[in-house]
Design a protein around this ligand. Structure first.
Ligand SMILES: NC(=O)c1ccc[n+]([C@@H]2O[C@H](COP(=O)([O-])OP(=O)(O)OC[C@H]3O[C@@H](n4cnc5c(N)ncnc54)[C@H](OP(=O)(O)O)[C@@H]3O)[C@@H](O)[C@H]2O)c1
Length: 320
């Protein structure tokens, strides 16, 4: 008898769950333990309007935290905050564009004024970009955006909030980096994304050594594939990955146990092999890249970006 479509889907889900549990980073499923770490604490989460950030905000609020949701899409943040409040949680929404340094400073001031400080700071907002270096040369404003959201914005926000975290004693910074930072050789066409994530990670690991004495812990999560809108392309969505809700439990593990770093367990082997065989692997990757070219999604994103740039520089009615 042929297996039904639903049965096959359920089997696939079970198998994916088992692979993720065995190979992925640990997850916190003991919500009482999470509650002990976050209840009554002010948790600021950037990038809380979608994906992993939204799911984390909902989970931490359910465990008794006061969550401050930050991102650009204010209407969406308001909706999420209202839903959290409706079920008895405590949430506040803030619109901020991490690319704009003045906006980041003003946002930090507002948070300090309204809440006195932050106990747990989750650097989750991020923007990824897969594009060849030659094409990137035509789109320098995308380079600035990548630097702002993945590097200078989070750095600036940390600097503004750190004094309040020092006073709080027992504060915690959680940064969402990418598993790509553990790869040697580095992935082609991801240069800006990887470089910005690496820059912020290095900066944070450096200051972690300075602030430890003030009771501030720092955890970096080298995240693997999360099934969010960031990686909504066809072939990636078919590979095993965490849903945003599952990924939120990885952040819960970080918040309740405070490890220095978390990464998919499977990566340790890849990391060692990558270092040992960096040169020959580099040749293979370079060859494959030269045969592969742009993906449909990155091609479409590039065309959209160029069309927008043209529209911005040739407004209708100017005759230019
Ligand atoms: N998805 C993956 O496979 C994967 C893998 C490794 C690491 N990560 C990292 O995981 C984190 C969460 O990503 P996700 O997968 O949940 O993606 P997502 O659903 O696209 O969420 C990204 C969040 O960042 C916010 N954001 C983007 N640009 C911003 C800006 N200029 N200022 C303020 N906020 C901004 C977005 O909100 P607005 O658009 O409303 O501003 C959104 O809430 C990111 O740091 C990402 O780099 C993801």
């Amino acid at each position: 008898m042929p297996l039904s479509k639903e049965y096959i889907l359920a089997l696939k889900e079970l198998a994916t769950g088992a692979v993720l549990r065995a190979m992925g980073p640990p997850m916190e499923n003991d919500l009482e333990r999470l509650r002990r770490s976050v209840e009554g604490r002010i948790v600021l989460i950037t990038g809380a309007s979608f994906g992993q950030g939204e799911a984390t905000a909902r989970l931490f609020a359910a465990a008794g935290a006061t969550v401050l949701l930050a991102a650009r899409t204010k209407a969406r943040l308001d909706e999420i905050a209202a839903e959290i409040t409706a079920v008895g949680g405590s949430a506040f929404s803030y619109s901020v564009d991490l690319i704009d340094v003045d906006a980041v400073d003003a946002f930090a001031r507002q948070v300090l004024q309204e809440h006195g400080g932050v106990d747990i700071l989750v650097h989750n907002a991020g923007k990824s970009l897969r594009r060849s270096v030659y094409r990137s040369a035509e789109r320098l404003r995308d380079m600035d955006a990548m630097v702002g959201v993945n590097f200078t914005g989070p750095m600036r926000l940390t600097l503004a909030l750190l004094p309040s975290m020092k006073v709080s004693r027992g504060a915690h910074i959680i940064n969402i980096a990418t598993a790509g930072l553990w790869m040697a050789p580095v992935a082609p066409r991801w240069s800006f994304y990887i470089a910005c994530k690496a820059g912020f990670d290095t900066w944070l690991r450096s200051i972690a050594l300075e602030v430890r004495g003030d009771g501030i812990d720092v955890t970096t999560i080298y995240a693997g594939h999360i099934k969010s809108r960031m990686v909504a392309t066809r072939w990636v969505s078919r590979t095993p990955g965490h849903t945003p809700e599952q990924a939120a439990h990885i952040l819960a593990y970080a918040a309740s146990r405070r490890p220095r770093a978390m990464a998919p367990r499977s990566l340790s082997v890849v990391r060692v092999l990558g270092v040992i065989f960096e040169a020959p692997l580099g040749h293979v990757i370079s060859y494959l890249d030269s045969r592969g070219g742009e993906t449909t999604a990155s091609e479409a994103a590039y065309v959209r970006a160029m069309a927008k740039e043209f529209a911005d520089t040739h407004p209708i009615g100017t005759g230019s």
